[in-house]
Design a protein around this ligand. Structure first.
Ligand code: SF4
Ligand code: SF4
Length: 121
């Protein structure tokens, strides 16, 4: 849900731009009003699926082997969120370096951020 890509300064690149693991590890679900079919929503409806009466999920994250339909690139190499500016709230709230981040990275064979070398090392 990576979530920090564009804001990173060039000299201090976000680890997320070479990761994307969280976008392919969890169901990304949210209240349906975040979908742009709702007057106040922003998330493109075509990239979502309904998962309950009141909730939608990012398409591709609802199954056993999740990968968000908005995720572009190769996990662990180079990725970007194709809808970064209008991504749903779980993605905005996801924190790089926390337990769920580490869990996703480990699931994709990546080193947890706390153990990874700092940029430039
Ligand atoms: S798993 Fe962590 S490092 Fe990787 S994209 Fe998500 S927040 Fe960023
Ligand atoms: S919407 Fe973007 S940030 Fe959220 S899971 Fe999909 S690719 Fe990742």
């Amino acid at each position: 849900m990576a979530r920090h890509y564009p804001e990173a300064e060039p000299e201090e690149e976000s680890p997320c731009v070479k990761c994307g693991a969280c976008c392919a590890n969890y169901r990304v679900s949210f209240y349906w009003s975040e979908v742009d079919a709702h007057p106040s929503g922003t998330v493109p409806v075509a990239l979502t699926v309904p998962v309950s009466l009141y909730h939608a999920a990012m398409r591709g994250t609802e199954g056993a082997r999740p990968r968000c339909a908005a995720l572009e690139g190769d996990i662990g190499k180079s990725v970007r969120c194709g809808i970064y500016d209008v991504r749903p709230s779980p993605c905005r709230g996801f924190v790089a370096g926390d337990e769920r981040c580490d869990e996703a990275r480990i699931a994709h064979g990546l080193v947890p951020l706390g153990m990874a070398p700092a940029p430039g090392e």
